[in-house]
Design a protein around this ligand. Structure first.
Ligand SMILES: [Fe+2]
Length: 407
């Protein structure tokens, strides 16, 4: 194959354009099932067309692939492609889409290739400040493709990492940028939707990895974790430099679910309370038994001051971020608009009925991801990519619906 495109958009540039709502059109040439599982999304909707590569191309012998793209576009797509905005060609790894971008450019379109494709997009992280004061800095690290959020707290050249994803280099980079040394790593719970970087960061950097002991038992296998961890106690206080961190136990999503209250103001709510929803309590296979726990936990959480800033571990709607791409809201705001908290205010029975009626599909990979996070399985890089494919489904009422090719 010849004629690879030279015009590329890196994931970082894509994220900045998505945040700015810059005009863009995405041509995704993966197969329909891959596209339906996940795609590029940002805070604002982006016109996106899915045309599988093999539907677009009718390769004649050894011809230049970009030439074949031009022919396919001319016969099938001209009327659907915009001339007034850049087109981003997307595929799984960024190879096929390079030819598509090149063919589009030869036809006069302002087209570029997403470098590294969805694989690179899935592994891309960005960080934003939540608070930068004299006493401490708090940063949110977002993994846009999966809707995962981690947090880094730094004070007096010391740092703690909360809910790190498996690409732990990003946290070391951020700590270095903050002129701090990571001295603790903490998970709010045993994650099911993504592979935690907590145990590796703890082991590699010889620092304590903290987890609530209830979550150090796999909820399905009932086997004890094989990772080195330091058990968190309810109400326990830790210090990072001058900043105080309190561990609050809020079982429901998992039995060992913990939230971290930083300086009495910022609540790392883990997967208990999200900006748009509340936790799903069924990932241990005990939805009926755990939903009342979630009710009790959220009731206690709602008693925190309304000005408490909630910083969850996930989001399911990219539009929930603020203009800077930070996913945050005060507890007072969430009490006004979060459907789960509105149901909470109606009492236990209505809340529990609502939760149990809105449980999303159970992704089978979640059992295996928990095994890996508990040290009971060791996926290699390829398996890790497969386990983490697509967006998280940690909240109630968020089963992604199959999508048509064009939106
Ligand atoms: Fe979770």
């Amino acid at each position: 194959m010849t004629g690879k495109a030279t015009a590329v958009t890196r994931p970082q540039q894509l994220w900045e354009r998505l945040l700015r709502n810059a005009p863009m059109f995405i041509l995704d040439v993966r197969n329909r099932d891959e596209f339906e599982r996940w795609r590029v999304e940002g805070p604002h909707s982006v016109p996106t067309l899915n045309v599988p590569y093999f539907d677009l191309l009718d390769l004649e012998g050894k011809e230049d692939v970009a030439e074949a793209v031009m022919r396919g576009v001319k016969t099938q797509l001209m009327a659907q492609l915009p001339a007034d905005r850049p087109i981003l060609a997307v595929c799984a790894e960024g190879n096929t889409s390079a030819y598509v971008a090149e063919g589009l450019r030869r036809l006069g379109f302002d087209a570029a290739n997403l470098e590294g494709g969805m694989e690179a997009w899935g592994n891309f992280y960005a960080w934003r400040p939540v608070e930068e004061s004299e006493r401490f800095s708090l940063y949110q690290v977002v993994r846009p493709a999966r809707g995962c959020l981690s947090h880094v707290l730094a004070s007096e050249h010391r740092a703690a990492v909360f809910d790190p994803a498996r690409h732990i280099g990003i946290y070391r980079e951020l700590a270095a940028a903050l002129d701090a040394r990571i001295e603790r790593v903490l998970d709010t719970h045993l994650h099911a939707d993504h592979l935690s970087g907590g145990p590796a960061l703890g082991q590699d950097d010889h620092i304590p990895y903290h987890l609530h002991p209830y979550d150090a038992i796999h909820p399905v296998d009932l086997l004890p974790a094989r990772v080195a961890y330091r058990p968190l106690e309810a109400g326990q206080t830790l210090r990072i430099g001058r900043a105080e961190v309190r561990a609050l136990h809020f079982p429901g999503h998992t039995l060992g679910m913990v939230a971290f209250l930083i300086e009495g103001r910022y609540l790392l709510s883990g997967d208990s309370l999200f900006l748009e929803s509340v936790a799903r309590p069924d990932l241990g296979g005990k939805a009926e038994a755990w939903t009342p726990l979630l009710y009790d936990s959220l009731t206690r959480m709602a008693e925190l001051p309304d000005e408490t800033v909630v910083l969850p571990a996930h989001y399911s709607d990219s539009a929930a971020g603020d203009g800077n791409g930070v996913f945050r809201a005060t507890l007072g705001e969430l009490k006004q608009r979060n459907p789960g908290l509105l149901k909470l205010a109606e009492g236990e029975k209505i809340f529990c009925d609502y939760i149990l009626a809105n449980l999303p599909l159970f992704p089978p990979a979640y059992v295996e991801i928990k095994r890996a996070n508990a040290g009971l399985a060791s996926p290699d890089e390829r398996q890790a990519q497969e386990l983490e494919l697509g967006r998280n489904i940690c909240a109630v009422g968020k089963t992604p619906a199959p999508r048509p090719g064009m939106s």
